[in-house]
Write a new protein. Structure first.
Length: 79
């Protein structure tokens, strides 16, 4: 369980978080006095898998192209 000073923890926080997420516990000290422990949060249950309920397998190239009928309706041109 490594101990790092507060300045080093601020400088290398991203790396320390990755270490903690990998299972290592890290002590952060201020003026040589241990203050906090950085530990991983246990993962509960399996990872979420999308349900794929819509079964979309293809999206047309013009999917997000403007639709004249909708634009006309929005502008009050559609009766």
């Amino acid at each position: 369980m490594p101990t790092v000073n507060l300045y080093e923890a601020k400088t290398h926080l991203s790396a320390l978080v990755e270490q903690a997420a990998a299972g290592e516990e890290i002590i952060i000290a201020k003026n040589g006095v241990p203050k906090v422990k950085l530990t991983p949060i246990p993962q509960t249950g399996p990872r979420r898998v999308p349900a794929d309920t819509m079964k979309i397998t293809y999206i047309a190239d013009d999917f997000d192209a403007p639709d004249d009928d909708i634009n006309d309706a929005a502008e009050g041109k559609y009766s």
